[in-house]
Design a protein around this ligand. Structure first.
Ligand SMILES: N[C@@H](CCC(=O)N[C@@H](CS)C(=O)NCC(=O)O)C(=O)O
Length: 294
């Protein structure tokens, strides 16, 4: 029997009826709001063995944290190993939902991403976020922890991957060191930088440091493409387009080495395939600039 649109799609986003999406932490409830931290391992010792066809990634085109994982998947050539689908770009209190924009949930037929969490933990009241990794075998959410998801995709699927090593052992300490300042200043800081002077100063200071670092290197660590570049790039591509007021935020082209680095990465198929500028909130974030020769 064929399903009708109303059974496979959520009704349109309707904040007037449902309200805004919010998370309220109950002070008496000590459980983390991001509760799903399962790890995938090549040998299966974690309970989640790396296997083709077993996992599904719920993603969102707009989301930098989700793009880290879709980028890892593409850079490792795992498109046929881990399936992916995309939630709609807007939400109300029901959270992320499947709508006509990107099609239905191909695995479970859920209309709301929340349903995946509810099946996994009845009564779940924490964050319903992308990225979310689903396990077809146990019928549960494995993880919505973007850091470990990215690392597990990069390191545990070697048997099926194209051999790219984005998280090499000898560069992990350096990648962590980069994360310790790029994380707060850029990945988490960019969002408030238009409104908050301290955040803006930290962001622009990080851009200046990155610009100097990239003056004679095409990549952030070890002279090769790594997880550090993935983490930075997903925020760079959304800078101004997704995070702010163009009047107070200087264009990336003010940082010529950083800008050239960002555009060079955009020339790579995995970066292009996982980016959709149309899903960023500001239409003036013009693709043309990104598409010009670095
Ligand atoms: N904030 C998350 C990262 C993922 C994230 O924030 N995703 C956003 C979309 S860009 C989301 O789904 N937010 C809903 C929520 O966190 O409840 C974390 O720290 O683990």
């Amino acid at each position: 029997m064929s399903q009708t649109a109303s059974t496979i799609y959520a009704s349109p986003t309707d904040v007037a009826t449902y309200g805004e999406y919010t998370i309220k932490q109950d002070p008496a409830d000590p459980r983390p709001l991001y509760r799903f931290t399962g790890r995938i391992t090549a040998d299966g010792s974690s309970g989640y063995r790396a296997e083709p066809g077993r996992y599904h990634l719920y993603s969102g085109w707009f989301c930098p944290w989700a793009q880290r994982v879709t980028l890892q998947r593409a850079l490792n050539g795992l498109e046929d190993v881990i399936s992916v689908s995309y939630v709609d770009n807007s939400r109300d209190a029901r959270g992320w939902a499947f709508r006509e924009t990107y099609g239905p949930d191909p695995v479970n037929g859920f209309t709301l991403l929340r349903d995946a969490y509810e099946v996994t933990e009845p009564g779940f009241d924490g964050h319903v976020s992308v990225p979310t990794l689903w396990d077809r075998e146990t019928g549960k959410v494995v993880s919505n922890d973007f850091i470990t998801l990215g690392i597990d995709l990069a390191t545990q699927f070697g048997k099926w991957s194209n051999g790219a090593d984005l998280y090499p052992g000898h560069l992990r300490a350096e990648i962590a060191e980069l994360d310790s300042w790029i994380g707060p200043a850029v990945n988490r800081g960019a969002h408030g930088a238009a409104r908050n002077e301290t955040a803006r100063a930290a962001l622009l200071d990080a851009f200046a440091t990155l610009d100097a670092r990239l003056a004679d290197s095409s990549y952030l660590a070890g002279g090769q493409l790594t997880e550090a570049d993935v983490r930075l790039w997903v925020s760079l591509v959304r800078y101004r387009g997704h995070t702010g007021d163009l009047a107070v935020l200087p264009p990336l082209s003010d940082y010529p080495h950083l800008w050239s680095y960002a555009r060079a990465l955009y020339q790579l198929p995995a970066f292009r395939a996982t980016t959709d500028f149309a899903t960023f909130s500001d239409p003036t974030a013009v693709l043309a600039g990104w598409d010009s020769e670095p």
